[in-house]
Design a protein around this ligand. Structure first.
Ligand SMILES: Cc1ncc(COP(=O)(O)O)c(C=O)c1O
Length: 480
């Protein structure tokens, strides 16, 4: 192929869209800190906006070492441009559908990120009263948002009804009865969709597969008809749609196609019988973890052998739009990881390099409490130095945190540039299920969060202090 990557992309059909989203991300937002603009003119051509400029890792136009020095570590840093691009690209790939994107906020529920997606036109897929209140706190509303989850309490149902929720995604018959009861007490009709379990293997990690018959989620397809009949008999429920979600981190289109093909006849039947308005096909599009940094450039995608190229939103749309369009329904999408996963990194500082006879350990100041995915799912995160020095030899080491658990290990026998005490590293693709799954284990406060937009960056969530951490605790009088 001829020409530079920039030339080719300049002429690609996607360029117009990327140019649009690039231009729009500079619109009116408070800029607290600024970095040189030199990189900005190129950033629209990439799949994410983390890359080395010279030898320093940048997020958009911001040198990440500056963020680490200013706010300390561990700190999550998110790229607004990457989120904008991911959202716009996904929406464009599904054009032709009456589409409603409900961002699965469990992936990352920072208020700033919720506000960013609300500004882009997204609604939300929420799973608790707390998440609902976060949407409100971010200055958005829940009128186009859906409430999922297997254990909704009466208080949560009431809160959702009072705020005009778009629909409840119902997971069981007892839940249906509870929603009916609360709606009756408030004198309203509750909009519902039933989550059906299509019994399709998503071929992903066992802990993030949700569409098999042995999962706790949804109602099996073969009894879903009866569940809808039961729902129709409740006086305070209004049947509005149908929902499914087969799992997370899918990098192959086949399970999505299988599930959609399997349930569309039933969805058409529901439209005829119950007059449903929408079909939610859930979330689940996967991201690149192993080659996270390289996958920011179009060249990396071009180099993947055809047939082995990981799922793109374009391939997702091309396969699913023709299957969904004939239904003549609104289509809801609940992407979480795809929108934010590659838009975030976790910055950390090297505390010690411990050289052993059998193994080397790089001990960093981030730990499993900050990012639990490696300990919980054996997940891979690429780890790179913030300052690249190609003259240094590589070393092989386990990269571990300071928590008192053998499971507090981010990478085993990983080859990386030799690093020393006080230097910074970034754990890539940490924007989804990172901060939201963090804990205070070992009395480590929650990490700080920073949002970057072009050359501006701002602390959007301060590091948790010890005082805040223990503020709700008491020593009882009988121990004094
Ligand atoms: C019902 C539902 N929708 C959407 C999602 C988001 O999935 P992902 O982040 O893989 O897009 C999940 C994730 O668990 C889910 O359970």
């Amino acid at each position: 192929m001829e020409g530079t990557v920039e030339d080719r992309l300049e002429n690609s059909p996607q360029h117009a869209l990327e140019k649009l989203s690039f231009d729009s991300f500079f619109q009116g937002e408070t800029r607290t800190f600024y970095a040189p603009q030199s990189f900005c003119s190129r950033t629209a051509f990439f799949m994410h906006h983390f890359r080395y400029t010279g030898n320093d890792l940048h997020c958009e136009s911001v040198n990440l070492a500056e963020v680490a020095r200013l706010y300390g570590t561990p700190t999550y840093v998110y790229s607004a441009a990457t989120m904008t691009d991911n959202y716009t690209r996904l929406a464009k790939s599904l054009s032709g559908l009456d589409l409603q994107i409900c961002y699965a906020m469990k992936a990352n529920s920072a208020l700033a990120i919720l506000r960013h997606f609300a500004n882009l036109g997204a609604a939300f897929d929420l799973v608790s009263g707390g998440e609902l209140r976060r949407v409100l706190a971010a200055g958005a509303n829940v009128k186009r948002s859906v409430f999922a989850g297997v254990g909704k309490t009466s208080e949560e149902i009431e809160l959702a009804l009072q705020n005009g929720i778009f629909a409840f995604h119902v997971e069981s018959e007892p839940e249906m009865a509870r929603i009916n009861h609360v709606a009756g007490r408030l004198g309203v009709k509750a909009p519902i969709a039933i989550r059906i379990n299509p019994d399709v293997d998503a071929h992903t990690h066992a802990k993030i597969t949700t569409g098999k018959s042995d999962n706790k989620f949804g109602i099996p397809l073969k009894v879903a008809g009866a569940a809808y009949e039961a729902a129709a008999k409740y006086p305070n429920l209004r049947i509005k749609g149908v929902q499914m979600h087969i799992g997370s981190q899918l990098t192959d289109i086949a399970p999505f196609v299988e599930a959609v093909k399997k349930v569309t006849p039933f969805v058409a039947e529901l439209k005829a019988k119950h007059g449903i308005d929408y079909f939610s096909i859930g979330g689940g599009i996967g991201i690149i973890y192993r080659d996270a940094l390289a996958s920011g450039s179009a060249e990396w995608w071009d180099a993947q052998p055809a047939g082995q190229r990981p799922l793109t939103p374009e391939a997702y749309g091309a396969a699913l739009v023709p299957l969904l369009q004939p239904l003549g329904l609104k289509i809801l999408l609940e992407p979480g990881r795809f929108l934010v996963g590659n838009a975030g990194v976790l910055l950390s500082r090297v505390e010690f390099v411990k050289r052993g006879s059998a193994k080397n350990f790089v001990i960093i100041d981030a730990a499993m409490n900050d990012l639990v995915r490696p300990a919980m799912y054996d997940a891979f995160h690429e780890i790179v130095p913030l300052h690249r020095d190609t003259s240094r030899p590589a070393m092989v080491a386990d990269i571990v945190g300071p928590v008192c658990e053998s499971g507090d290990c981010f990478a085993k026998e990983r080859s990386l540039q030799q690093v020393g005490e006080g230097e910074y590293v970034a754990l890539l693709s940490a924007g989804a299920y990172g901060y939201t799954m963090a804990s205070r284990y070992n009395t480590r406060g929650m990490a700080a969060e920073v949002l970057v937009k072009g050359s501006a960056f701002e602390l959007v969530h301060e590091r948790e202090s010890f005082e805040t951490m223990i503020a709700g605790e008491r020593v009882p009088a009988f121990l004094k």
